[in-house]
Design a protein around this ligand. Structure first.
Ligand SMILES: [Mn+2]
Length: 272
């Protein structure tokens, strides 16, 4: 079993600071693999070291930007066709849209950890594609999506219900984690395939200040890990990361957390 770790620092339609986040994670990941290669003693990294394909996308020319969605979709399709476990590290959350495009019309369950419900249509929101409304722009019928950890207080349920199978606010998870985790475990067990979409603003700003659109009362990293664990199976297609803005980081704490998660996911996948 192989995996692919792809960095997609797309800078448009959302916070450009998050593109710098994807580039920083790409640097850190390159360093991690180089350190592993230099190590002479046996380490657990040997479980994945030669089974990971790394790819970094660049957005330096107009043509790079113009074809962003097609390039992403092609890379994602190829990885999944080869049965690779995919870690997709985006810039802002729009970088996740090509994953949804590829899953459009399928019954793959998307577990979306996000402070927001990205179907905003309010007066001051653009109707053009943005990181706040990209679910409205999927190329085909959306796959079933369960939001976990949102703090949304404005959007009416009829509007939200058109796009999400279910939304679980952070408050529900914070007040009764066991029951929510059990429900997620059941949902994931019944799904043919699962994708985890982690927008960094799902974390509480106290534990993760480096999110591009921070919202109060979020999840701790431990709770996010519990959600990942609850929906984990060998039918997991991969995990997407987005909205890490390193200019708001504190002593690289958020960078370390994300790198720890990436390494943890690779080990968990390859040590099976
Ligand atoms: Mn968000």
């Amino acid at each position: 079993m192989k995996s692919a770790v792809m960095f997609f620092p797309f800078p448009l339609f959302g916070s450009p600071g998050a593109a710098a986040g994807a580039e920083l994670l790409a640097d850190a990941f390159r360093e991690l693999l180089a350190d592993n290669r230099r190590e002479r003693m046996p380490t657990r990294a040997r479980a994945y070291q030669h089974r990971v394909r790394r790819r970094e996308f660049a957005f330096e020319t107009l043509a790079d930007c113009h074809a962003w969605r097609q390039r992403a979709r092609q890379a994602i399709r190829q990885a999944w066709k080869q049965g690779e476990f995919l870690l997709w590290v985006g810039g802002n959350h729009v970088a996740t849209l090509p994953l949804l495009d590829e899953l459009a019309g399928s019954d793959t369950l998307v577990i979306q950890l996000d402070a927001h419900l990205d179907v905003y249509n309010l007066t001051d929101c653009t109707s053009e594609l943005s990181h706040g409304n990209f679910l409205l722009h999927c190329d085909g019928p959306l796959p079933p999506i369960i939001n976990v950890g949102h703090r949304e207080l404005l959007l009416p349920p009829e509007h939200v219900g058109r796009y999400y199978r279910r939304t679980i606010p952070a408050t529900e998870l914070l007040l009764g984690p066991k029951s929510v985790l059990d429900q997620l475990r059941t949902e994931a067990r019944q799904a043919s395939r699962v994708l985890i979409d982690l927008d960094c603003d799902v974390f509480d700003p106290a534990t993760f200040p480096a999110a591009a659109q921070a919202m109060p009362l979020g999840l701790t990293p431990a709770l996010v890990l519990s959600v990942i664990d609850a929906v984990w199976s060998d039918r997991l297609l991969g995990v997407a990361f987005s909205e890490f803005d390193p200019s708001r980081d504190r002593n690289d704490e958020c960078l370390s957390l994300l790198m720890w998660l990436i390494e943890y996911l690779l080990l968990r996948w390859h040590e099976r």
